[in-house]
Design a protein around this ligand. Structure first.
Ligand code: FAD
Ligand code: GLY
Length: 364
């Protein structure tokens, strides 16, 4: 056991890599341990929506956190470009959330009301406006236009934050953590070949965090929610200009003209298999929302594992029993959106700065 690190971060997805990079910028000696390749799990699989308003059902600290992180993205993207040369393809082209039943239309009107009252940008559009905006969409009962949501290329975000971490911190890929020993004086992280010591650790290993939660005096209540996605290329020269979301699915246009279609929600699954029923569900959604897409080309399919806690919200901060251990887990459907704000919160915890009240809502 040689170097004593200031901080060891466990897990090299978007959350762990962004945290390692931000902490290294404070001149701390940081080690990032990833069992496989950086970004190999949920982070590279994600659809990349910055759906701060799209996926929120109630006002409160979580909605505030999502709006805050979305507003950080232009600077985050620019800094990643300058540091790594990687363009994460930030596209601020809004999201159109469709109502396919009358009941959904009235519930979306309520969503618009509370979101507007709490800093959101959504407005309700009647069916004829939707048809004008996107003539390829089948019949609707209207929908909401969320001008300020957008999307990025999640795989490029994962690659960029991984590279930024590698340029500033010690990064070890192919290094699985087996155990953590936490005392009042320090933390030891055990891998097959080495033990590493640090003053503090940050647990950021996504859907696999349960393995270490008992060692951190927390209940292992995290669940993995598998999502299947696919990519299509519309026929001819058609280009979808904005993300479309229906009741349970979304269609995210990417810079190359392809569209990511997602996603299933399969609880308690750690499998990485695309199934006939999963893909049939997604293709059915394509035909339902875009009746003319029968000739679109099927390009590829893949899966990812979302980390879900019982509150459906992340835990970000130091654990109650020992400030040497911090967690950044449970980002479920929004980890790409939330990576800049998560790294900021963890960094200010470690720097012992005061936190805004809405950040404290996510403390373990
Ligand atoms: P991960 O990316 O899973 O990273 C955890 C890392 O820890 C992995 O690389 C893993 O190998 C490593 N690890 C695990 N155990 C160990 C160990 N013992 N030792 C060392 N390393 C270990 N979010 C959005 O904001 N917008 C979206 O549009 C969006 N779409 C999504 C679509 C799907 C289908 C899915 C599955 C997710 C989507 N998400 C989206 C959610 C987002 O992908 C996740 O919330 C986010 O990637 C979680 O990041 P993470 O770094 O916590 O986890
Ligand atoms: N946020 C999209 C998903 O998790 O599928």
């Amino acid at each position: 056991m040689k170097t004593i690190y200031d901080v060891i971060v466990i897990g090299g997805g978007v959350i762990g890599s962004t945290i390692a990079w931000h902490l290294a910028k404070t001149k701390r000696k940081v080690l990032l341990l990833e069992r496989g390749r950086l970004g190999q799990e949920a982070s590279s699989a994600a659809a990349g929506m910055l759906g701060a308003e799209l996926e929120m059902n109630e006002p409160g600290p979580f909605f505030q956190l999502c709006l805050e992180s979305r507003s950080m993205y232009p600077t985050f993207a620019q800094e990643l470009l300058e540091v790594t040369g990687i363009d994460i393809e930030l596209t601020q082209n809004g999201i159109l959330r469709l109502a396919q039943t009358e009941a959904t239309a009235s519930s979306l009107q309520k969503t618009v009301a509370w979101q507007k009252a709490h800093g959101g940008s959504a407005t309700f559009l009647p069916a004829e406006y939707i048809k004008e905006l996107e003539p390829t969409i089948g019949n609707t009962y209207g929908g909401i236009w969320i001008a300020n949501d957008g999307n990025v290329n999640a795989a490029l975000v994962a690659r960029a934050v991984g590279k930024a971490a590698s340029l500033t911190a010690d990064v070890l890929e192919g290094t699985e953590v087996y155990d953590i020993t936490l005392t009042n004086d320090d933390v030891t992280v055990h891998t097959a070949l080495q033990h590493y010591r640090a003053k503090q650790i940050v647990l950021a290993n996504g859907a696999f965090a349960n393995r270490f939660l008992s060692a951190l005096h927390m209940q292992p209540t995290l669940t993995s929610v598998k999502g299947q996605l696919l990519r299509i290329l519309p026929h001819g020269s058609y280009q979808l200009t904005r993300t479309i979301s229906s009741a349970h699915h979304y269609f995210v246009p990417k810079r190359d003209g392809s569209i990511i279609v997602g996603a299933t929600e399969e609880y308690n699954s750690f499998s990485h298999t695309n199934t006939v029923s999963g893909l049939a569900q997604l293709l059915g959604a394509v035909q339902d929302v875009f009746p003319d897409f029968g000739e679109a080309t099927f390009l590829s399919s893949w899966t990812g594992l979302r980390p879900l806690l019982p509150t459906r919200k992340p835990l970000i901060g130091a654990i109650a029993t020992n400030p040497r251990a911090l967690v950044a887990i449970g980002h479920f459907r929004n980890g790409i959106l939330l990576s800049p704000v998560t790294a900021t919160i963890i960094t200010s915890f470690i720097e012992q700065q005061e936190q805004p009240t809405h950040h404290l809502a996510f403390q373990p």
